[in-house]
Design a protein around this ligand. Sequence first.
Ligand code: G3P
Length: 218
Amino acid sequence: MKFFVDTGEINEIRELAATGMLDGVTTNPSLIAKSGKQFIPLIEEICSVVTGPVSAEVASTDYETMQKEADKLSKIAKNIAVKVPLTEAGLKVCRNLADKGIMVNVTLCFSAVQAILAAKAGAAFVSPFIGRLDDIGQDGMQLIADIRQIYDNYPNFKTEILAASIRHPQHVLMAAKMGADVSTIPASTIKALYKHPLTDKGLAAFVEDWKKTGQSIL
Ligand code: G3P
């Protein structure tokens, strides 16, 4: 499973990139607003830090303006994935970009039939929002399972399932079990994946016992 970080914070991206665990980055207008940074220079900087796909989202909702924004974003770097909403206009833009070999991440996917449309439009990624479905009492993970089953029925669908709106390690675990290709995860949740109390306890015991040997490896 690939790990993308879902953030607009360049320091978080640099820190995670240094771990060798990071396969890409996703941003959205809310994360850009939270960063307080200018959008285009920030995306340029992210693309220089990360070699994998970097999702940059259009801001307009009408087809003509969205297409212009998408064209501009697509020229920022080779690893840009233009992010468009799962709307009729968004999927038209997706088709146009996909035909030019540009990666598109179709976002705000909340149903399996929407995911079929994204695949038919040539999306490189579709982003089902797990946490937001759970928030309204639906089963986000069932959506991942449904999309996986459908995409596996049609080998001509090349779209990767990018589990988004992930809130905690259990979401990452379930997305992996359901066969999502990618999870986009907040930096704090990626860090939480390392943690287990028995790892901490076991390591503390090893450190103490090693001291008793009086030895040094170096
Ligand atoms: O980037 C899209 C998605 O991951 C947003 O997550 O937590 O705002 O629902 P959230």
